[in-house]
Design a protein around this ligand. Structure first.
Ligand code: URA
Length: 435
């Protein structure tokens, strides 16, 4: 078999056989297929797509390209959650403790942020001392003790995805439905959870820009998971504006702490209640969605979810005093308020622009080697549908960059807010539930 023939076959719109997909992935991981051929194949897939069978085979090959985790030492039905990425998306930090406090074991492997999207690991690492490098027995013991661990993926898990994602990131091939589906599901399957809840984001700040694409991606992933014996469901959530108010690592951890103490933004909490109630039913900790929701409200109101978060930080060597006294988090040197130059209602608030601006302020990385400024980011004061008077604060910007560096970024942030004189309805965060 020759890789070039497989590229030509896909380029011309034909289906690859299981053997051909295996030849590509095995060869790529071993270094026998070079980056340039793998990259050409990924571009051909982006243009020509893949059948459901091809995506299943690709997922399977990627899942078994390295180690897979055996979580059988963890008691109960393990649930995991994965988001396809967004701006201001601190859901895992709030949802994980909520679901764990209701009795469902959450064994979560998370990723880092890249480009305009944030990553749970980076957010967690803004807590001084906290380690995400917990593996094996330690990981198991933590989930068995407090019901929750959030760790980084080890180098041995799904090495194919690591290589392929890095390549996609620099070759314009991230936004391919089959490639995203195989990337997400290979990691979730290799991580060993019994049940999986997928949060497929849709809108300007997400990889899926419209509902049709989001629905197709969610359906493919749900089908792969269920076919392989993992109870898999998906929520489609709105990402046309950032989730919650805070964007940026430490700023988002502070918002997560507020949320766990009952002061969470409406959209973030609605996503947590919807996703969480499904996870509780999946793990058999609730017999209905309504019962799951009631339990989740209870653990927010009685402080149990916050307690689980504190215990997780402690067991992962983080300084809990920051969680109890969030004012201890370092604050950026420059704090700039952006005010409305006109009045009206917020018609749109471009999540992509806000995510990219936060990254440029120092809060994200353009390449994996970049060092993040944990204190940098943006706190929104107005969101879609809000009434704005001239002079109102639209958002507060946090950065350690010099004025010369941040001035053009402020202009871009201003452009992210579009006002209109017409009344605008708030956007519901849950667009659809699949599976
Ligand atoms: N998240 C992933 O894990 N993989 C993708 O390809 C896109 C989002």
């Amino acid at each position: 078999m020759r890789m070039v023939d497989l590229i030509v076959k896909k380029r011309d719109g034909h289906e690859l056989t299981d053997e051909e997909i295996r030849f590509w992935i095995d060869g790529y991981v071993k270094g026998e297929v070079p980056d340039y051929q793998s990259s050409a194949m990924q571009m051909a897939i982006l243009f020509k797509g893949m059948s459901d069978r091809e995506v299943s085979t690709l997922t399977d090959c990627m899942e078994h390209s390295g180690e897979t985790l055996d979580l059988s030492g963890i008691k109960g039905i393990k649930v995991d959650k994965h988001s396809t990425g967004g701006v201001g998306d601190k859901t895992s930090l709030v949802l994980g403790p909520m679901v764990a406090a209701c009795g469902a074991p959450v064994a979560k492997l998370s990723g880092r942020g890249l480009g305009h999207t944030g990553g749970t690991l980076d957010k967690l690492e803004s807590i001084p001392g906290l380690t995400i490098a917990i593996e094996g027995e330690r990981f198991e013991k933590q989930v068995n003790t407090i019901g929750l661990a959030i760790a980084g993926q080890t180098a041995h898990l799904v090495p194919a995805d690591k290589k392929m994602y890095a390549l996609r990131d620099v070759t314009g091939t991230v936004e391919s439905i089959p490639l995203i589906a195989a990337s997400v599901m290979s990691k979730k399957l290799a991580s060993g959870a019994d049940a999986i809840l997928l949060d497929v984001t849709v809108g300007e700040g997400a990889f899926m820009k419209n509902m049709n694409d989001a629905r197709r991606l969610a359906t493919i992933m749900v089908n792969i998971g269920n076919r392989l014996g993992r109870n898999t469901k998906a929520v489609l959530s709105d990402m046309s504006e950032p989730l919650g108010f805070a964007v940026g690592n430490a700023l988002e951890v502070k918002e997560a702490i507020d949320s766990l103490q009952g002061r969470g933004p409406e959209d973030l909490m609605e996503l947590c209640y919807t996703a969480g109630s499904i996870m509780l039913v999946q793990s058999k900790c609730a017999s209905s969605i309504e019962e799951g929701r009631a339990k989740l409200h209870e653990v927010i109101n009685n402080g149990k979810a916050f307690e689980v978060f504190c215990k997780m930080v402690e067991m992962q060597e983080g300084d809990v005093s920051y969680i109890l006294h969030p004012e201890k988090f370092e604050v950026s040197k420059n704090i700039i308020e952006i005010r409305a130059e006109d009045e009206g209602y917020v018609k749109s608030l471009n999540a992509l622009e806000i995510g990219e601006s936060s990254m440029r302020l120092g809060g994200g990385r353009a390449t994996l080697e970049d060092v993040i400024d944990m204190s940098a980011g943006i706190v929104l004061h107005k969101k879609i549908g809000d009434d704005v008077k001239k002079g109102d604060i639209l958002c507060t910007v946090y950065t350690n960059k010099s004025e010369k560096e941040y001035a053009p970024i402020l202009e871009d942030i201003k452009k992210a807010f579009v006002l209109t004189k017409e009344f605008v309805l708030k956007r519901p965060v849950i667009r659809e539930v699949i599976g």
